[in-house]
Design a protein around this ligand. Structure first.
Ligand code: ACO
Length: 401
């Protein structure tokens, strides 16, 4: 706590907490994390149980509405989402403005932000119905936008959504299907992908969610707010870590090189960090990483593939977790450590990894945004600062400087 009166003779007290390590910015009933115990609950349900038994659509309903749906409620929700999967035809041409080698996250920021220009009705955020429609649109359109970003990069024609498929099956088809050819969704891959979406659906007040809340707190258009969240997620310290983690594993290559990289990660003069390791809140194993690790094996089995990088990752985890540096600092694998190996096996290039994270996190973002706007005590987010600049001084004319 800083008494700024002592520092600058101004009135008022505030906490100085860079990085918000111990400041709660809001009340929320969505997600609970016990970082010491490695517990993650959505509306009270453990992430392991949801990943095992639920579907991404069901978890989305849960996050948005607070309770698990009945069979009928789930069907209605899935149907509603499927009615919003199309993009305005004008957006197809919007993609042409990007270079083919543009990072798909840059495209995501642009296209999702541009959606705010297409849905003026959602600017009346005081209307719960309009908020709901905006939320459904965002959840429904993200797979279409993400698949189009992929298609644009590889130079293949865009595919329209097929609403007879599941949310995740439709996404896989729009990404990997090619026109005039039958695309068969492999159930085990669809399940693994859906589970990856569940694992990324929400994670309380992480950097991107806080960004969405802060942007939304001014009453801004929800599509623009989600674009802000996507921008924040892109960073390698946040969602960009899944891309960085696989690139790191590729660079390490074989297990015999691991000790060299462990030493580098410990060296404070070397900016290298073990990507996919460490977490602001988890000081124990990230429960999502446990599920992710077992999903790797399922996907390998279903696709009849193997990837020696999985062996390298397992060995890296083993070596790091027996090293005093990582033990003392409580650095464990996080959700991003194993996800890249699965996504690589499914066929996604590394540049798409964070896009998939954004797709899944959209439900968390909109649920948190809705929760914030519905709160009667909601205020614009406006942090204070600890001023370190000069005290008041007089202007000096240019010829006297
Ligand atoms: N490798 C080596 N050392 C690390 C690592 C790592 N991955 N992570 C943290 N440390 C060290 C830091 O150097 C620091 O050491 P010090 O106390 O001697 O200075 C200490 O552990 C604490 O680290 P901070 O960066 O202060 O912790 P913070 O909570 O601010 O950062 C973060 C958390 C950003 C996740 C960090 O652990 C990191 O950079 N990890 C790698 C990137 C990553 O995997 N990000 C994904 C996070 S999960 C997600 O967004 C879905």
């Amino acid at each position: 706590v800083v008494d700024i009166r002592k520092l600058y003779g101004q009135a008022g007290m505030f906490t100085f907490d860079p990085g918000f390590t111990s400041t709660a910015s809001c009340e929320s009933a969505l997600t609970y994390i016990d970082g010491d115990e490695g517990v993650l609950l959505h509306r009270g349900y453990p992430i392991g149980q949801l990943a095992e038994n639920s579907s991404f659509m069901e978890v989305s309903y849960l996050l948005l509405n607070g309770e698990l749906p009945s069979k009928e409620e789930l069907e209605t929700f899935e149907f509603t989402i499927s009615r919003h999967t199309m993009l305005h035809e004008q957006l197809r041409t919007f993609y042409q403005g990007f270079r083919r080698d543009a990072h798909p996250m840059a495209i995501m920021c642009g296209v999702v932000g541009a959606l705010s220009a297409f849905y003026h009705d959602s600017t009346d955020i005081s209307d719960p119905l309009q908020r709901k429609i905006a939320s459904h649109r965002l959840i429904a359109k993200m797979p279409t936008i993400a698949a189009m970003a992929f298609k644009y990069a590889v130079g293949q024609p865009f595919l329209y959504p097929d609403n007879s498929l599941s949310y995740t099956g439709n996404f896989l088809r729009m990404t990997f299907g090619v026109p005039a050819e039958e695309y068969e969704v492999i159930p085990a891959v669809e399940k693994a992908m859906d589970r990856i979406f569940i694992l990324h659906a929400d994670h309380e007040q992480n950097a991107s969610t806080s960004t969405v809340r802060l942007a939304g707190s001014s009453g801004a258009n929800p599509f623009a707010c989600i674009a802000a969240g996507i921008a924040c997620l892109w960073g390698p310290a946040h969602g960009g870590a899944n891309e960085a983690a696989l690139n790191m594993l590729k660079e390490i290559g074989t297990p015999d090189k691991i000790p060299h990289y462990i030493e580098r990660a410990k060296d404070k003069n070397d900016p290298f960090r073990l990507m996919g390791f460490g977490h602001r809140v988890y000081k124990n194993y990230d429960p999502r990483a446990t599920v992710m690790q077992s999903t790797v094996r399922e996907v390998f089995e279903a696709l009849k593939v193997d990837d020696p990088l999985f062996e390298t990752a397992l060995r890296l985890e083993e070596i790091a977790l027996s090293d005093p540096y990582f033990v003392e600092k409580k650095l464990f694998p996080n959700v991003d450590f194993y996800s890249g190996i699965i996504l690589n096996a499914i066929g996604f290039p590394t540049t798409m990894f964070t896009v998939l994270f954004a797709l899944a996190r959209t439900v968390g973002w909109v649920a948190q945004w809705n929760e914030m706007i519905s709160d009667p005590g909601q205020k614009i987010g406006r942090p204070r600062q600890l001023y370190t600049g000069p005290t008041q001084r007089d202007y000096i004319p240019l010829d006297k400087r």
